[in-house]
Design a protein around this ligand. Structure first.
Ligand code: NAD
Ligand code: GLY
Length: 353
């Protein structure tokens, strides 16, 4: 098992290894002086893993409230948030109690947000069951729901009290959902670590070696979050590929999964970096080949103008600018404040054949 401490306030640990769902109750009991835990999960994950977690928490003396919501980004919205909050209240969750997010990034973001606003904030823990949630979304305390006007437009920074990543859960992921996680892991390689990137070039992400891969990505993210918890400077780098990605997700009505959209966004900004002379060595072809090897897309059918118009709704926008993250080489990226009026040109450069 791997342990990565996250030195935020509160300090918490990310544990990653096999069998952690069964151990969750015993591990969380000393950490959370709670009577009740509301376990939030979606209706795909519930039949797979809810009973194991429920029984483990109950055996440790928690009173467990199961909160099952419909799966998918289309349900990461106010209606589901409200249903969760009402369920917490109906079941007498108090300020000393806690929420457990069992699932992918959609559940982690939404359950974390619900915990953050219920009774002005109660504690929560993350139990990621997708690779994407394990390498990225369960760590760092970003919580959110989508609004009709765009993605993640309502949310809070709220660090979890613990992250328990049971790698056994990843065995049931369909290949395309595993690939969503590969996209965020490849992003980590492009941001910081050419040797990590090279692993994904050599062999597509599969079930082998996930514990190490997750620990490497979490270790990198931990450092960034510790230095810039609220995304005032360095944490913006973690949005590599995300400007086009959020536009693609929004324009598709959230039928394109986040990881697939991130892959396309990464390819678009990498090709743009080469064509606009922003990279110091060619990055586009190498990044695209790596994404393709991992079963991920490198383009979109949305036009540069539509992508740019949708990006104007992005929460990363500040005034008439948006900060793009641009690969300089594999393992190093730059922040590049860009006028919104220039985005169509950038996306055009990134989408040219
Ligand atoms: P997801 O939560 O929708 O999960 C994808 C699908 O996999 C769902 O249908 C789910 O039911 C299913 N699933 C989950 N675990 C499974 C398992 N073990 N076996 C079989 N099926 C399983 O999507 P995701 O890719 O995990 O997360 C994407 C979300 O994460 C987006 O909303 C994105 O905005 C968010 N995100 C947040 C952050 C952050 O820092 N907070 C970072 C990256 C992404
Ligand atoms: N996934 C982006 C962040 O956590 O900041």
């Amino acid at each position: 098992m791997r342990t990565v401490p996250i030195h935020t306030k509160p300090l918490y640990e990310v544990l990653c290894g096999a069998g952690l769902l069964q151990e969750a109750g015993a591990r969380l009991k000393p950490l959370l002086a709670a009577d009740r835990i509301a376990v939030v999960c979606d209706d795909t994950v519930a039949p797979l893993y809810l009973k194991t977690l429920h029984d483990s928490l109950a055996a440790a003396g928690f009173s467990v409230i199961d909160c099952v919501v419909p799966a998918g980004e289309a349900h990461k919205n106010f209606a589901t948030l409200q249903a969760l909050l009402e369920r917490f209240a109906e079941n007498g969750l108090t300020r000393r109690d806690a929420v457990a997010a069992l699932g992918g990034g959609v559940i982690g973001d939404m359950a974390g947000f619900a915990a953050g606003v219920y009774m002005r904030g109660i504690r929560y823990v993350q139990l990621p069951t997708t690779l994407l949630a394990a390498v990225d979304s369960s760590v760092g305390g970003k919580t959110a729901i989508d609004l009709a006007n765009g993605k993640n437009l309502a949310g809070l920074f709220l660090q979890p009290s613990a992250v328990l990543c049971d790698t056994d859960c990843l065995a049931t992921l369909p290949p395309e959902i595993l690939a969503d996680g590969a996209a965020e892991a490849i992003k980590t390689g492009v941001l910081d670590d050419e040797t990590l990137f090279a692993l994904f070039e050599e062999r597509p992400v599969g079930q082998e070696g996930l514990e190490d891969l997750i620990a490497r990505c979490v270790l990198y993210k931990a450092g960034v979050v510790e230095r810039d918890e609220r995304e005032l400077f360095e944490r913006k780098l973690l949005n590599l590929g995300h400007t086009a990605a959020h536009s693609i997700e929004y324009l598709s009505g959230y039928t394109v999964a986040h990881g697939h959209a991130v892959a396309a966004g990464l390819a678009i900004i990498a090709r743009a970096a080469d064509r606009l002379g922003w990279s110091e060595e060619p990055v586009g072809a190498r990044i695209c080949a790596c994404l393709e090897k991992n079963g991920l897309p490198t383009t979109t059918h949305f036009s540069p103008a539509d992508l740019a118009a949708a990006a104007a709704r992005d929460k990363k926008r500040g005034g008439d600018q948006i900060t793009l993250v641009v690969p300089r080489r594999i393992g190093a990226c730059d922040l590049r404040p860009t006028p919104l009026s220039d985005l169509t040109r950038v996306f055009s450069a990134g989408l040219e054949a």
